[in-house]
Design a protein around this ligand. Structure first.
Ligand code: PHE
Length: 350
């Protein structure tokens, strides 16, 4: 009888203990949990004593142990919420030293870097940035630019045709934008000045190699006004070269031919790697070729309804990959389109 009463007394003591247990922080709450609710909690031991309780009181004993357990659970869940709230309020569960999850950041493509730089240079010179279609008709890509039907640039081998009747093609250069801009000027009933820069993708049916690709980007410049001269073009090109490759850069214009400019020239810049002394980049000539330029052919102006007696202009078109290759010393043009992260990541800091 004694022993049995002791069992009931012990349960009563535990009930008091649960009621009076001093829980002031997360640590004491954890101790409380281990003692009354953990996997080896004291109530389990106490309940094991039920075998010594006479049958008629077993139910009562079970209920009392259960009451202790329920109270413990209730206190625990109330206080748990309270401490959790406190910890969050104090910022205690925010570890500010924990390294954040990094999201892989993209980098700008080297051609985009060059594009942006060129755009900025010409915006400073008050040029307007315009866009043109990459899928073009024969007129804008060839005919209006003074290319007769038997011109080599129109050869099927050079050009990707989307359809041949009527001829629709992937533009072979950004010079189509010249015609589009002059057409738009005529349609709006306005007269020059025209001062535009266009940057975009072009296509040619070339065998892909380290030096040539079937798709590349160009920058196109067109300036038309009264009294625009070759000297204006030269000065603009010099400014461009110095902005791109540094103040010491000089330029050289070599006579050349384009159907839509007269006179025409190829522009070289003094090699910015060796300063003109000769190195691998300039193939020991001291000069690197950048692209073509010239005075807009009067025929082209007349094709677009601009009075060639009154207005003159210059244009130039350079390959952006070429500029990027020289600027970042890239040795294979195919790298620009391969999407190899090892290549692209090198431009992360730029
Ligand atoms: N469109 C020419 C090319 O792609 C470059 C050029 C543009 C030349 C404008 C002169 C004037 O080769």
């Amino acid at each position: 009888m004694e022993a049995k009463n002791q069992l009931f007394d012990h349960v009563a003591q535990l009930l008091d203990e649960v009621k009076a247990y001093a829980i002031n922080d997360a640590a004491s709450l954890e101790q409380f949990r281990i003692r009354f609710l953990g996997s080896k909690n004291i109530l389990k031991d106490v309940f094991a004593g039920i075998k010594d309780v006479p049958n008629e009181r077993k139910k009562e004993f079970g209920q009392q142990v259960n009451a202790v357990k329920q109270l413990a659970e209730q206190r625990f869940s109330e206080l748990e919420a309270q401490f959790k709230q406190k910890e969050t309020d104090n910022g205690a569960d925010v570890d500010v030293t924990r390294p954040s999850q990094t999201k892989p950041a993209g980098a700008r493509h080297p051609v985009t870097l060059v594009k942006d730089e060129l755009m900025q240079i010409f915006i400073r010179l008050n040029y307007t940035v315009v866009d043109g279609p990459e899928i073009e008709d024969d007129w804008h890509n060839f005919s209006a630019l003074g290319m007769p039907e038997d011109h080599p640039a129109r050869d099927m081998q050079d050009t990707f045709y989307v359809s041949t009747e009527p001829p629709v093609l992937l533009r072979t250069h950004t010079s189509n934008v010249q015609i589009r801009v002059m057409d738009a000027l005529r349609k709006s009933g306005k007269q020059p000045p025209v001062r535009i820069v266009a940057l975009g993708r072009t296509y040619r049916n070339e065998t892909i190699s380290a030096r040539a690709h079937c798709t590349f980007n160009q920058i196109e410049l067109l300036y038309i006004d009264e009294g625009v001269t070759f000297a204006d073009m030269k000065q603009t090109l010099l400014y461009l070269a110095q902005e791109l490759y540094g103040e010491k850069t000089t330029i050289r214009l070599r006579p050349s031919y384009f159907p839509f400019t007269e006179p025409s020239a190829e522009m070289d810049v003094s090699c910015f790697v060796c300063g003109g002394n000769g190195c691998a980049i300039c193939k020991h000539s001291g000069w690197v070729e950048i692209g073509g330029c010239g005075m807009v052919d009067p025929v082209v102006l007349e094709n677009c309804g601009i009075d060639s007696e009154k207005y003159t202009g210059f244009a130039f078109g350079f390959g952006l990959e070429r500029i990027a290759i020289l600027k970042y010393k890239i040795n294979d043009i195919r790298l620009f389109t391969e999407n190899d992260l090892r290549f692209l990541k090198q431009f992360e800091h730029l």
